[in-house]
Design a protein around this ligand. Sequence first.
Ligand SMILES: Cc1cc2nc3c(=O)[nH]c(=O)nc-3n(C[C@H](O)[C@H](O)[C@H](O)COP(=O)(O)OP(=O)(O)OC[C@H]3O[C@@H](n4cnc5c(N)ncnc54)[C@H](O)[C@@H]3O)c2cc1C
Length: 382
Amino acid sequence: MKYDYIIAGSGCAGLSLLYRMLKDSELSAKQILVIDKSQKNKNDRTWCFWEKGNGLFESIVTHQWKTLEFLSDDFQRKFDMSEYRYKMIQGIDFYNHVLKVAKEFENVTFVSENITAITTENEIGKVTTETSAYTANYVFNSTSLFYPKMDTNNSLLQHFEGWVIQTKAPVFDKNVGRLMDFRLSQEHGATFMYVLPTSETEALVEYTLFTEKVLEKEQYKTALKEYIQNYLKIDNYEILHTEFGIIPMSLAKFSRKVPNQKNIINLGTAGGFTKASSGYTFQFVQKHTENIIQLLKAGKYPNPQVTFRDKMYQWYDRTLLEVILSEKLEGKEIFATIFKNRPIETILAFLGNESSVWEDIKVMSCLPIMPFLTSGMKQLRF
Ligand SMILES: Cc1cc2nc3c(=O)[nH]c(=O)nc-3n(C[C@H](O)[C@H](O)[C@H](O)COP(=O)(O)OP(=O)(O)OC[C@H]3O[C@@H](n4cnc5c(N)ncnc54)[C@H](O)[C@@H]3O)c2cc1C
């Protein structure tokens, strides 16, 4: 049987696309095959992102913050947002939510197999797994099969360990999300803590680094323990949940297209929707998958064009990453300068690819010119 669409990889991007298809009366009757090597039944990650107003996944937002906090050695500030809200979604809530809806559709088939190849033959997409082969008009891929080559010359790793901790006494302000606390040793590279309280007694505390290599497991745990004790001043707590993640922050070219394979469309990290300068992905995946839906409904080729604005944002990201990779400036210095000098709404619009050109200029103009100019010139040639 030939499917209308194969969704190869059912993580954030694959399931976001599936959900949008099933919510659309024109697309929900299509024959859809979803292939993933793993069952999505674990709370394997927490997604945070920012947006204005209510999003498609509003009903599963665990918590949201109107106030964000930034801390560095010489500067600490709480920012009240007017339109943006910083939101958190648990991985397991997202998987359950989408899979529950999908179960109601007989035209959606799930298989649990390891994909070994995705190709195009005679304008038909073909997915080969260890045990079978499947075809479709379009394959939407978010597996790592087409990842470009990454190494320490072109990439940093954003790696982190997060603990959801619970205290007996009320110690957190659930209205304030601590976005970045840079008051930590920067010996390994850009290093900060993230503290997101979901109640007065519960918070996600995450130790995050942008460096070439991951640390020893114990180092994350030691840093978290010390921070909780010395900065949050908490002695008694229970760890309810832990998560570890590595997100590529890369100058390597991730592309939504696969050369000469028109029927394969890359989504998510595979498609370049992990922002090179920050690792944020969720909000960019939502916009991309919504664009795909609009194109499918219009009967058009469902691979949204890379616009001039997209290219500008890619250039900004690449420039910033180049500055950090080449050690012209420390990540801490860059983020502290931006947060010290610009309003939060402008910063979030810029980091979320939603700014005006004027806002871009406002953010960039507060940074030292020379390192960004040389790195920017270098990345223009890419
Ligand atoms: C712990 C963690 C926390 C994160 N937190 C945030 C956050 O707060 N905000 C944010 O914006 N981003 C965050 N990210 C980054 C990003 O949002 C996630 O990595 C996101 O899941 C990327 O979506 P994706 O669909 O591209 O990849 P995934 O969600 O990883 O989905 C890819 C799917 O493909 C499947 N797959 C891979 N290879 C094969 C194969 N050969 N055969 C079959 N199936 C295959 C995998 O099993 C997986 O289900 C986080 C990442 C991690 C790891």
